[in-house]
Design a protein around this ligand. Structure first.
Ligand code: PBE
Length: 295
């Protein structure tokens, strides 16, 4: 995955070098700002990436006067799609794993101030006491591990069929791997467990996969999707048993700082996610610093 990202960034640099031959580059850049109305198209206000993007506006001098338009992931994807249809400029808050990179030719802007950090891993967290109260569930959650490439398979299939079905297909095709998570753990008989998650496709994929694994071992699983801040509150207070959704240390770092004292971190279940400002590959900028300051 990291190589793929470097590839995306490198591909972007080549087009910028070629474009850099024109002597009116500065005017073009300023025009891009005007065309964008100095607006970055974002997602839900409660998302971790939205908090990072708000802080990014503060940490880059050239972004003074720029705005983050908060909306929804669906709304952002519609705007991205329309801009690409019309070959117009657009800057969105994007991330991997997601299907946007499979469907469109995009690049991540370089982020010298590390507003989005240097990538995250997706962690499994549990409420305090879960290990003692529900040792079987804890053992399975602790063993749960796959790759972002595997997650991507479920995300992509989940665009054409229900995510529940896409996850079930993955489990069926990878039963050996699932058996590895269940190995050495005694099955239970209908023990209820509350898994809490967030509503993005990546976590709808992973939460369905862990739900199916737990169900195979006799658990009665409830999955609830909430905003990240609610997720951390729920696990911190013991209202929810566990989550496989947190992106750490960056995306959800602020929530972990707030509630982490009463949360058990079981470590990564998937490694190598990345958040960034994302633009169509035809745009002639490569770095957040290339965005022109508002006049
Ligand atoms: N995301 C996808 C989420 C976590 C998973 C990056 C949009 C967020 O920003 O909270």
């Amino acid at each position: 995955m990291k190589n793929k990202l470097i590839g995306l960034i490198a591909a972007g640099s080549v087009s910028a070098v070629l474009a850099g031959c024109s002597d009116n580059g500065t005017t073009e850049e300023a025009n891009v700002g005007e065309q964008l109305e100095y607006t970055i198209t974002g997602i839900e206000p409660g998302a971790g990436i939205t908090g990072q993007a708000r802080e990014m506006l503060e940490s880059y001098d050239n972004l003074e006067g720029w705005e983050l338009q908060e909306s929804s992931t669906g709304g952002m994807m519609t705007e991205l799609d329309q801009a690409i249809q019309n070959e117009e400029p657009i800057v969105v808050t994007g991330w991997t794993p997601h299907w946007m990179f499979e469907r469109y030719d995009l690049k991540m802007l370089e982020d010298p101030e590390l507003a989005f950090g240097e990538g995250d891993d997706i962690h499994t967290i549990a409420r305090e006491g879960l290990e003692q109260d529900m040792p079987e569930a804890y053992a399975i959650l602790d063993a749960f591990e796959w790759s972002v490439e595997e997650m991507q398979v479920v995300i992509d299939e989940g665009q054409d069929i229900e995510m529940e079905e896409a996850a079930a297909n993955w489990v069926e095709e990878n039963q050996d791997q699932v058996d590895g998570w269940l190995e050495g753990v005694d099955p239970v008989d209908g023990q209820p467990i509350d898994i809490i998650s967030v509503p993005w496709d990546s976590e709808r994929a992973s939460s369905n996969v862990i739900r199916l694994a737990l169900e195979q071992h006799g658990f009665d699983v409830t999955v609830t999707n909430v905003d990240p801040s609610i997720l951390f509150q729920a696990v911190g207070s013991g209202e929810a048993d566990a989550s496989v959704a947190p992106w750490l240390p960056n995306t959800h770092g602020a929530f972990m700082d707030e509630y982490g004292d009463s949360i058990v971190d079981l470590g990564p279940n998937a490694e190598g996610t990345m958040n960034a400002l994302v633009v169509p590959a035809y745009m002639e900028i490569d770095s957040i610093e290339d965005l022109p300051a508002a006049e």
